[in-house]
Ligand binder design. Structure first.
Ligand SMILES: C[S@@+](CC[C@H](N)C(=O)[O-])C[C@H]1O[C@@H](n2cnc3c(N)ncnc32)[C@H](O)[C@@H]1O
Length: 239
């Protein structure tokens, strides 16, 4: 799967991708991430990408033309991109959306805004989707673009090794929080590891983890249970 991040700050993206699993995934050819700076597509000496907002307001707005030219440039390539504008006003990014995106595969262009945002006419003309990281305001879309890339890449075959298996993660499978995890030592600062996890009985351990997962979700994120079907609730012993 391929991502192109359209950004005024490509080094933010490249710096993040130099480390860890995403770096390995790129090196193995499992994941392609490129950047494209809309400043390349300006014609004035200053490389102007922003201008004052019509109707007033403090901030500058990203002009539509350089962003449009960047997308058109990508469209000239072999794989026409699905264009995603990162915006606090978009669909809230979550694990289900990450699964949707890994299923769609192909080429995704992630458009990062800066300043007070992007001229709405660019969004109307080019956005196939608008994605938000949450109900808060970032300085720019780069952190959101990286979150999208990392969550999708984790679901791509071969990106995670066994050590980081995603199958039991929170929001995966039944959509609940994962049970708490423990490693050695068995006792630390007076806290002990729950006895069932030390039993060696696989079935008992699984049942215990499932119970903890449900209890933890009830306590911390009861909203996640509201999204389950009657059958799913019955399977969890909750209906
Ligand atoms: C300072 S924000 C502009 C916010 C805009 N004035 C508004 O209130 O909707 C600049 C850019 O950061 C990115 N951004 C900010 N918050 C975001 C969020 N929660 N999710 C995704 N992108 C975000 C967007 O690309 C946005 O164009």
């Amino acid at each position: 799967m391929k991502f192109t991040v359209i950004t005024l700050f490509p080094d933010l993206i490249e710096g993040f991708l130099k480390e860890g699993l995403l770096s390995s995934a790129r090196a193995k050819g499992l994941l392609s991430v490129e950047t494209l700076n809309p400043r390349r597509f300006t014609s004035d000496v200053h490389g102007t990408v922003d201008d004052r907002a019509f109707g007033g307001g403090d901030g500058m707005v990203m002009k539509p033309e350089p962003l449009a030219a960047a997308v058109e440039h990508l469209r000239e390539g072999a794989d026409r991109p699905h264009v995603v504008v990162l915006s606090p006003q978009g669909r809230r990014w979550n694990q289900a959306l990450a699964e949707e995106y890994v299923g769609r595969g192909g080429h995704v262009a992630l458009v990062s805004g800066r300043y007070a945002g992007i001229d709405q006419r660019f969004v109307a003309e080019y956005a196939d989707d608008e994605i938000s990281l949450g109900d808060f305001i970032l300085n720019g879309g780069e952190v959101a673009a990286l979150a999208v890339i990392e969550t999708v890449a984790r679901l791509m075959p071969g990106v995670l090794g066994n050590r980081e298996s995603a199958a039991k993660d929170s929001f995966t499978n039944n959509g609940l929080l994962e049970a708490p995890q423990y490693t050695r030592p068995r006792e630390w600062k007076g806290h002990t590891v729950p006895a069932p996890l030390l039993s060696g009985n696989h079935a008992e351990i699984e049942a215990f983890k499932n119970t903890l997962s449900v209890l933890r979700t009830l306590k911390l994120r009861p909203d996640l249970l509201a999204g389950l079907s009657e059958q799913e609730l019955r399977d969890l012993g909750l209906n």
